[in-house]
Design a protein around this ligand. Structure first.
Ligand SMILES: [Zn+2]
Length: 245
C-alpha cells in the first residue's frame, strides 16, 4: 500500500508531493460521547478512514492525508462524559493554522473532510474567511455523510440519516473498528439520536465504500479544476453541495 500519511513522510517526500501538485486532505471530526456503545473517536475515525482509503485509491496524482484534527466544536455534547470541545474561535484558528502551514510548503489544493455535523458551518465560514479575507490557500470542505445522502437513505432501514451514535454510525464503527464497539449496550440512551440496534457491519461497509468512491471523484474534480466555480466569492455553484445536500 502506498504511503499517504503526512506524518509518516520525510521532508523530501513532502516536498516532492507539493511539486507534483498533490491534494492534501485534512480529516476533521470530534472527540465526543457516542452513546454507551461507541468510542468517543467515532467522528474523526470515520472521516480519517474515508480520507485514507480515498487517498490510497487515487493513482493519477499524489494525495496526502494530513494529521487528523481530532477535536471539534461539540458544546452540545459536553454534558456527557468523554467529550472534549474547542471554543469557537480556538477551533477556527486551529483549522486555519493547519491549512496555512500546509499551503506554506507549496500545496495549492486542500480539502477539509469532516465527520461531525456540529463543525459544518464553522468549516465553511472559516474557509471563506481564509480565502477571501486572509489571502489564504484554496480549500474546500465537505462532510462525508452529506456527500452520500442518497446512498445513506437507501442503505438505512430505520433512521434514513446519519443520526448520532445510531443505526449508521454504529454500522460504520462495526466495520471500521469493531473491537471498540460494545454491541451488548447498543440501544438508545440520552444523547443518541436514532436506533443503534439496527447497526450492522454490512451496512457500514456499504456506506463506507460509497463515501470513499464519492470522495475519490470529488478530489479528482478538484484537482482537474472542475470545482473552481465553487471557490470564487460569487460562487454559489457547487456541484457537490447541489447534488448531495
Ligand atoms: Zn458522530
Amino acid at each position: 500500500m502506498k504511503k499517504v500519511l503526512w506524518q509518516e513522510m520525510r521532508r523530501t517526500e513532502i516536498e516532492e508531493a507539493a511539486k507534483a501538485d498533490a491534494v492534501v486532505i485534512i480529516p476533521v471530526g470530534s472527540i465526543e460521547q457516542h452513546g454507551n456503545h461507541l468510542p468517543v473517536n467515532t467522528d474523526i475515525n470515520c472521516s480519517f478512514s474515508v480520507a485514507k482509503s480515498a487517498a490510497e485509491t487515487i493513482d493519477d496524482f499524489p494525495v496526502l492525508v494530513a494529521p487528523s484534527i481530532w477535536g471539534g466544536f461539540s458544546p452540545h455534547h459536553m454534558k456527557y462524559p468523554g467529550t472534549i470541545s474547542f471554543r469557537l474561535h480556538t477551533y477556527i484558528d486551529v483549522l486555519a493554522d493547519v491549512a496555512t502551514s500546509i499551503a506554506a510548503h507549496g500545496f495549492k489544493k486542500i480539502v477539509f473532510l469532516n465527520g461531525h455535523g456540529g463543525n459544518n458551518g464553522i468549516i465553511n465560514s472559516m474557509r471563506w474567511k481564509l480565502m477571501n479575507e486572509d489571502n489564504g490557500p484554496s480549500c474546500i470542505g465537505y462532510t462525508y455523510f452529506t456527500l452520500v445522502d442518497e446512498e445513506l437513505k437507501a442503505i438505512s432501514e430505520v433512521d434514513f440519516t446519519i443520526g448520532h451514535a445510531a443505526e449508521m454510525e454504529t454500522s460504520l464503527q462495526l466495520y471500521l473498528q469493531p473491537e471498540l464497539v460494545d454491541k451488548g449496550v447498543a440501544t438508545w440512551a440520552p444523547g443518541v439520536s436514532g436506533d443503534p440496534t439496527k447497526g450492522t457491519y454490512e451496512k457500514g461497509k456499504r456506506l463506507f465504500e460509497a463515501a470513499v468512491n464519492t470522495v475519490v471523484t470529488l478530489i479528482q474534480d478538484y484537482h482537474s479544476g472542475k470545482l473552481e466555480d465553487a471557490l470564487t466569492p460569487k460562487g454559489n455553484f457547487d456541484p457537490y453541495i447541489r447534488k448531495h445536500v
